[in-house]
Design a protein around this ligand. Structure first.
Ligand SMILES: Cc1ncc(COP(=O)(O)O)c(C=O)c1O
Length: 442
């Protein structure tokens, strides 16, 4: 019998246990995000109680209005009946190029800035090209923890990957660790997200320099996943053309693909549009082994007229105009998107304190010598309990999250909390539930 059945928990323990049993999940603590979403939906429906839902990383803010207006205008002008160009409409390509200059201080020709159906598709297409460009280099290296779907994409594509948890290899230790993989000669691509999903670590400039230098030395492509663009709120990244900028490996190597999502930074997840930015140098390089899959051996051409063409023949026409409008407003200094999403940082700060005040610990807590930023996610654990058990136990207390064990993290005691769906009005409930949990387990 679960311990929680002998105590009065905030959510009816019998219902929770029955629903867990009916779910057919072997281990709830290792369930995927979508499986947990379904389970918690069912418990909420049966009990009428609302959970503190921290399992899924969806935006909790309204979409950027300027984007909606841009899309409506485009639809009214008739774009819905026309196929968009696969490489993207000119106005958007130009704004993406301006955006990476203004907010990253990186120069990329607009030709090499391509809209994709979310960063999800940008990643998939990049794997299809980057991981197939050299017969000898058949493995991706994930700097984990990471976003599990990208590993699923590897499985679907029949690609190999290797991974390590960066927690113990920050700063000076990163070079030797990376080199231990790269010197084997089989790594095609390095992938990480920055800020990181799930841990919210942000690489320092010194770490990005190491990654960039090694990428050049071993001729490896770095896929930098910027799904949480400009969301390291410790710095003011909101001013176009003014330092500080979003940190990037692009300052340290020419072997890069940047994946910039519009889902979180512009709360535009539903429109499934993202940006793929390929360095000018990499775009025009030739890799004879690409001919096994594509008509040409040129990297950029294979990406656009091989990978993206075969996946979706481009990206929704109206969404391209919506994103172009958002970027134009940001580039012109008329739309401060960072100010809006700062709300996530404020929430995280309060929520982390509530967890710490009630016996929990923050798992990933430092960027070298600097405390981690407060942002979209944070990670936590409870002394003496592993993450799988903790996740299940918290369900009885009306709190849902995901296990770090599903993200390539070695910190299996930890869970990931996503703050985006938690309303300020729910923080009182969260505090009470954490308090009861701590009383029951202390
Ligand atoms: C690290 C990471 N990469 C990529 C994505 C997917 O982004 P998009 O919504 O643009 O497909 C997410 C979404 O949660 C993410 O967390």
């Amino acid at each position: 019998m679960n311990d929680s059945l002998t105590k009065k928990t905030p959510i009816d323990a019998c219902v929770v246990q029955n629903k867990i049993q009916q779910s057919g999940l072997e281990k709830v603590g290792l369930a995927s995000i979508r499986e947990l979403v379904r389970l918690v939906n069912e418990i909420e429906k049966e009990t009428g109680d609302k959970y503190i839902r921290m399992e899924m990383g969806v935006p909790g803010l309204p979409p950027a209005q300027v984007g909606i207006d841009g899309e409506i205008a485009a639809l009214k002008s008739g774009v819905a009946s026309k196929y968009p160009m696969i490489e993207g409409v000119d106005i958007l390509k130009n704004e993406i190029s301006r955006f990476v200059k203004n907010f990253m201080n990186v120069d990329v020709d607009e030709k090499n800035c391509i809209p994709t159906v979310g960063s999800m598709q940008g990643g998939f297409a990049s794997f299809m090209v980057s991981c197939r460009r050299d017969v000898k280099k058949d493995t991706t290296l994930f700097i984990d923890p990471g976003f599990p779907v990208q590993k699923m994409q590897h499985k679907v594509l029949g690609l190999k990957y290797d991974t390590f948890d960066v927690y113990n290899y920050r700063g000076d230790k990163l070079r030797a660790k990376l080199e231990s993989y790269l010197e084997k000669g089989n790594i095609s691509t390095i992938l990480y997200s920055n800020p990181n999903n799930p841990s919210w670590i942000c690489f320092t400039e010194a770490e990005l320099k190491v990654i960039g230098e090694l990428a050049t030395k071993y001729d490896v492509v770095v896929m930098e996943d910027l799904a949480y663009f400009a969301m390291d709120f410790r710095k003011d990244l909101s001013k176009p053309g003014v330092a500080p900028y979003q940190s990037t490996v692009a300052h340290y190597t020419d072997n890069y693909i940047l994946l910039i999502s519009s889902s979180k930074s512009f709360s535009y997840a539903g429109q499934r549009i993202g940006m793929m930015v390929i360095s000018d140098g990499l775009f025009k390089r030739h890799f004879p082994d690409l001919k096994r899959f594509y008509k040409t051996d040129e990297f950029g051409y294979s990406m656009v007229y091989g990978a993206i063409y075969s996946l979706s023949s481009g990206t929704s026409h109206s969404a391209q105009y919506g994103l172009a409008a958002i970027l134009k407003a940001a580039n012109d200094g008329d739309f401060n998107f960072v100010e809006i999403v700062k709300e996530y940082g404020e929430r995280a700060k309060i929520m982390k304190k509530l967890f710490k005040d009630n016996g929990f610990e923050i798992v990933y807590d430092m960027d070298e010598n600097e405390p981690l930023a407060d942002g979209f996610y944070f990670t936590f654990s409870y002394p003496g309990m592993d993450g799988v058990k903790l996740l299940e136990e918290l369900l009885y207390y009306g709190i849902s999250s995901i296990s770090l064990a599903t993200t390539g993290s070695e910190r299996i005691e930890g869970l990931r909390a996503c703050v985006s769906q938690i309303k300020r009005s729910q923080l009182k409930d969260l505090e009470e539930r954490l308090k009861i949990f701590n009383e029951h387990h202390n």
